[in-house]
Design a protein around this ligand. Structure first.
Ligand SMILES: Nc1ncnc2c1ncn2[C@@H]1O[C@H](COP(=O)(O)OP(=O)(O)OP(=O)(O)O)[C@@H](O)[C@H]1O
Ligand SMILES: [Mg+2]
Length: 371
């Protein structure tokens, strides 16, 4: 049974707001083994003050995890401070991190606190830490080791108590090998590594994520979705998601906007193609065979054997069809009475359950169930 994780990234322990809370829901969705392992690590490390180093492809939820760590830590009553090192021009980065005194450089008309000052007794999330230029790396190393630094234009040393969570989508080890990143800083950051797996390696989380976004984004867009067709869900599960959860989120939003009569269209199909295709790349013979089998199974309510079953309609022996289903990775989706896929927070992942309306053997032989 698919379920939602109970870890939340949006709620501070005392309910206070942080400095940069996103408007959309920050609930961490999914119960794949890969995500559960990550969350187990989060639970263990959150109560400590240790540096956490989050790695993962773009859109895998690095920032969400960083917020979850802060919110599960004793520092959660204080604001979560973040800085995206890739978004700040190089010459301003030092001042953003460590602050400056009035007159420290042209344009410094007043004293300004840096992120390390603001994050005192709290958590600092340094996003895209791999983009910190070599010239600033020694100063970052020092503040991590000694918890002290000087503002630009001042010799006064400031002591802080900052818990650092850093993230990057870059391969920092490779950057160390190439001499682009200091190895001592890398080791200082890599105290507690958290590796977020890409969505294509935890496809079992997709149905729950889709349901979550359909619900939350549906509210945002002002459209209610009552029905997700099986072929839409299968297409979403089959796609590789190079942009990971962010891409899924954006495509679901688009699909909600394009929906008619509460039915979620397949956002992976080119506009105007409606329900006539199953997979975005269904141009090969293998893809066409897969689509035909799937369509026939759906047309006969997933009855495989018998006179009116899919095997007879396709002109195949029952065992041949079962073999082909296995080869194509076709699983019968969970059916809730006569609805293909009801939108409910707790629906099962596609292809995990059988249906009691006809004999299990005819409708869905156990060989076709994923293990
Ligand atoms: N497990 C999850 N459950 C629900 N939403 C998620 C989950 N993981 C990520 N998201 C959502 O996906 C989007 C991208 O997440 P986030 O910004 O944390 O990714 P990221 O790894 O920091 O990406 P980037 O490297 O591009 O900065 C956000 O809107 C976030 O709320
Ligand atoms: Mg990010």
């Amino acid at each position: 049974m698919s379920k939602r994780s109970t870890v939340r990234a949006s709620e501070s322990c005392d309910g206070s707001s942080d400095n940069d809370r996103p408007s959309k829901s920050d609930q961490l969705i999914g119960n794949s083994r890969a995500l559960e392992e990550v969350l187990e690590g989060v639970k263990r490390v959150a109560p400590t003050s240790s540096t956490v180093f989050i790695q993962g492809e773009t859109g895998t939820g690095k920032e969400l995890i960083a917020r979850a760590i802060h919110n599960a830590s004793p520092r959660c009553a204080r604001p979560f401070i973040k800085l995206n090192c890739a978004a700040i021009p190089l010459d301003l980065l030092e001042s953003e991190l460590f602050g400056h005194e009035k007159g420290a450089f042209t344009g410094a008309i007043a004293q300004r606190l840096g992120r390390f000052d603001l994050a005192d007794k709290s958590t600092l999330f340094l996003d895209e830490v791999g983009d910190i230029p070599p010239v600033l790396q020694p100063k970052l190393l020092r503040v991590l080791q000694e918890q002290e630094f000087e503002r630009l234009g001042s010799n006064r040393t400031h002591r802080v108590d900052v818990r650092l969570v850093a993230a990057t989508h870059r391969d920092l080890e490779e950057m160390v090998r190439n001499g682009q990143f200091r190895s001592d800083l890398y080791f200082r950051l890599n105290v507690f590594p958290v590796l977020l797996p890409p969505l294509r390696e935890r496809r079992e989380d997709i149905p729950a994520l889709v349901a979550h976004f359909v619900e939350s984004l549906g509210r945002l867009v002002g459209r209610r979705i009552d029905h997700i067709p099986t072929e839409t869900m299968l297409a979403l599960r089959s796609y590789d998601w190079p942009g990971n959860i962010r891409e899924l989120q954006n495509l679901i939003e688009r699909a909600i906007i394009l929906s008619v009569d509460g039915v979620l269209p397949n956002p992976l199909l080119p506009p105007g193609k409606g329900r006539c295709g199953v997979f975005p790349t269904g141009t090969t013979l293998i893809d066409s065979e897969r689509a035909l089998i799937l369509r026939t199974l759906e047309a006969v309510g997933w009855v495989i054997g018998g006179r009116d079953g899919a095997a007879a309609r396709l002109g195949l022996k029952r065992t041949t069809l079962i073999y082909k289903m296995q080869r194509h990775g076709i699983f019968r989706p969970y059916l809730n009475s006569n609805v293909e896929m009801a939108v409910s927070p707790s629906f099962s992942a596609v292809g995990i359950q059988g249906n009691a309306r006809t004999s299990t053997k005819d409708r869905f032989p156990s060989e076709c169930l994923p293990s």
